[in-house]
Design a protein around this ligand. Structure first.
Ligand code: B12
Ligand code: SF4
Length: 462
């Protein structure tokens, strides 16, 4: 479709907004993502915002919600922000540029107003946060025990402070999902099923995103979030099932679930309880997306099979990352090529068996990284061969990104090799993210130029 014609068909943002408090929580993301989204993931709701607004509400602190995703221009947001005394934001590295712009807009229209910030970026890149003079308060770490005092008694806090979170997710209240921003165009609202979330191709609508665990204990150098997210107990199985049943009754029907945990396939005793209770107690055995690792699939194959067959773990997200032992070692992935092929073969066997009896087979959501420092062409070919070997797969391929907080990210940033700037935290899979990587080779690889080479050696590697 011609671009001009296409824009005629774009949904229009719903711009009316009724103010009911002096305090506004500003949800962050690209302009327009809740009006005319580019893709489904941009529409996911923010659990940090949902949790903290629920806690505020439960403590009698009423807040409004606005979203940079619900407007299509900064001018629109400026009008909506005028008159608020306090603005709160959850800043992650990828929303930091948006947060900076929103804060300066807020101060323009409300020079006496207060900007309260927290979120992942405050913990991993404090130096960047501190430079933004419009951020009046910056909370490092989990905010559940600090948010009420911060909003009601901001003067009792220093500009930068560290908060301590709950010991277990069992202490978190159930998020009131009606506190999440609404889809902001009539067209999007029709398929969104708010306060549930929209379909993204992994399972039927309405979708429920939920978290059962907060942090993954492994130390992959491109991630290692346990170095900056304090460990906390997993949410009990019964609480998860009760919440799903409640959402189904109140806003349903629920069609499928996305378990947002960085690592769902951990803690075997929790998983065993899930296998035992979910099929029995849930209103329906909803299919779900959740993440695992190849080495633990190899360690607990029976658990893996039972989860797929008995609880409908239909979309199995695995961070395979690479098909080469050399690169897996660089990444400190603690998984080997052999672990990867073990997990693939096991899923193939399970999927074939399920298909034979007329059941929907599971599929890998296969996370692959290319452009890793130190990766050779042959390493990348091996990765492509591994991907091609998978028969039930949705590939998710991204160029390696040096995120602050991760060991390798911090190192590359310190060496001046990161191309992710604070104005633009490149978050798209095919952005060029580090100095010294031959991105043209990878573009050629993905466009099929090396297919002959990959396919020729495929038979040998199997
Ligand atoms: C769900 C999730 C997503 C969802 C986000 C949906 C949304 N609208 O929020 C989706 C799938 C879209 C997503 C995408 C990406 N994500 Co993500 N994601 C997560 C995940 C798994 C959970 C986040 C979450 O909800 N946590 C639970 C809530 C309760 O925690 P929270 O939001 O941090 O809030 C707490 C504190 O920060 C604090 N707090 C927050 N706000 C405030 C405000 C105040 C005032 C105070 C006092 C406190 C406070 O209190 C809260 C309660 O403790 C995290 C990993 C993790 N375990 O957290 C990664 C994570 C945040 N994502 C990450 C990344 C890198 C990405 C991507 C760039 C990946 C990629 N390459 O594609 C993309 C970017 C997409 C985009 N469009 O820009 C990194 C971020 C690293 C960083 N330095 O910021 C993380 C940490 C994963 C990792 N280890 O790499 N992600
Ligand atoms: S990449 Fe995956 S396995 Fe590694 S630390 Fe992060 S969440 Fe854990």
């Amino acid at each position: 479709m011609l671009p001009k014609l296409k824009s005629l068909f774009k949904a229009r943002a719903i711009t009316d907004h009724t103010r009911s408090s002096d305090i506004v929580w500003l949800d962050l993301g690209d302009l327009g993502d809740l009006v005319n989204p580019n893709g489904p993931l941009e529409q996911w709701q923010d659990h940090g915002l949902g949790l903290l607004r629920t806690i505020l509400r439960d403590n009698g602190v009423h807040t409004d919600v606005l979203s940079t995703r619900a407007v299509t221009s900064w001018e629109q947001l400026r009008r909506q922000l005028a008159g608020y005394k306090t603005m709160i934001m959850n800043v992650r590295s990828y929303t930091f540029p948006t947060a900076c712009r929103a804060a300066s807009l807020f101060k323009e229209v409300n020079p006496q107003g207060l900007v309260l910030t927290g979120g992942m970026h405050a913990t991993v890149a404090l130096a960047e946060m501190v430079q933004i003079s419009e951020f009046d308060k910056i909370c490092q770490g989990p905010g559940e025990n600090a948010i009420v005092d911060l909003v009601t008694k901001p003067d009792s806090f220093t500009r930068v402070f560290r908060a301590t979170g709950s010991r277990s997710m069992a202490q978190w209240p159930m998020i009131d999902r009606t506190l999440w921003p609404k889809p902001a165009s009539r067209r999007l609202a029709k398929r969104f099923k708010w306060p549930l979330e929209p379909e993204c191709g992994w399972g039927p609508p309405g979708v429920v995103t939920i978290m059962t665990s907060r942090v993954c204990p492994w130390q992959c150098v491109f991630c290692n979030e346990n170095s900056y997210i304090p460990n906390m107990g997993r949410r009990p199985v019964d609480m998860i099932i009760d919440e799903l049943n409640y959402l189904d009754r109140k806003y349903g029907p629920v069609g499928s679930i996305v378990i947002h945990d960085s690592m769902f396939f951990q803690n075997p005793s929790w998983l065993e309880e899930w296998i035992e209770k979910y099929p029995r107690k849930a209103n329906k055995v909803w299919p779900y997306w959740a993440a695992g690792r190849a080495d633990t699939v190899r360690q607990w194959p029976h658990l893996f099979e039972a989860l797929i067959k008995e609880t409908k773990w239909d979309t199995v997200s695995i961070g395979f990352e690479s098909g080469s032992d050399r690169v897996l070692r660089i990444l400190n992935k603690e998984c080997t090529e052999e672990d990867n092929y073990f997990a693939i073969d096991l899923l193939h066997r399970i999927a074939d068996e399920m298909e034979e009896v007329g059941r929907k087979p599971p599929v890998f959501w296969s996370n692959i990284m290319l452009g890793i420092p130190g990766e050779t062409h042959e390493d990348a070919f091996k990765t492509m061969r591994m991907l091609r070997y998978m028969r039930y797969v949705i590939p998710s391929i991204a160029f390696y990104a040096p995120y602050p907080g991760s060991a390798l990210g911090n190192q590359l940033i310190a060496e001046g090799k990161s191309r992710m700037t604070k104005e633009n935290y490149h978050r798209y899979p095919d952005d060029e993210k580090i100095v010294g990587v031959d991105y043209q080779f990878y573009r050629d690889l993905l466009s099929g130029i090396y297919d002959e080479e990959i396919n020729r050696d495929m038979a040998q590697s199997l």
